[in-house]
Design a protein around this ligand. Structure first.
Ligand SMILES: [Zn+2]
Length: 150
């Protein structure tokens, strides 16, 4: 399991890899100023090895997010848009539609093969390489608002 610790604004601080079979109570932070990170594993993992609460802050609200390479997709869309405009301008409608089909296929591939990660609503810590229950809820604006207000 990879744990990516965030600051209060959601910026990545550092990541640590822990063995969920023998979860450590404390991990050393690679940042000298951050100090050691205490992890509370009490009732954090259920019988089916699913994470049900955040070991960093103890919050029981976690959501699932798909991790897509945003910058790459944006660049692909930009290139596709320019290519389509050029192809339409040159009267190459079939090739312009082919570009559109390729973009749709890449988008579908990213949707189906993107890694799913768990994110804590309170401390924004991200958990990768963890088993995630089928149907685990995604981001909910109301729950997030509850933690933003305090
Ligand atoms: Zn948390």
């Amino acid at each position: 399991m990879r744990i990516d610790v965030k600051d209060s604004k959601g910026r990545s601080l550092y990541g640590v890899v822990v063995n969920p079979e023998r979860p450590p109570a404390v991990v050393k932070s690679p940042l000298e100023e951050a100090g050691p990170l205490a992890l509370d594993w009490d009732r954090a993992i259920d019988d089916t090895h699913h994470l049900r609460r955040c070991p960093v802050c103890g919050c029981e609200d976690l959501y699932v997010r798909k991790e897509a390479p945003h910058v790459t997709l944006f660049a692909l869309l930009l290139i596709a848009a320019v290519a389509m405009m050029l192809l339409f301008g040159l009267g190459q409608v079939v090739w312009a539609i082919a570009v559109l089909v390729v973009v749709v296929l890449v988008d579908l591939a990213v949707f189906f093969f993107a890694q799913r990660i768990l994110v804590c609503y309170r401390c924004l810590t991200e958990y990768r390489q963890v088993p995630i229950r089928r149907g685990h809820a995604g981001f909910d604006r109301q729950i997030a608002g509850k933690y933003r207000r305090g």
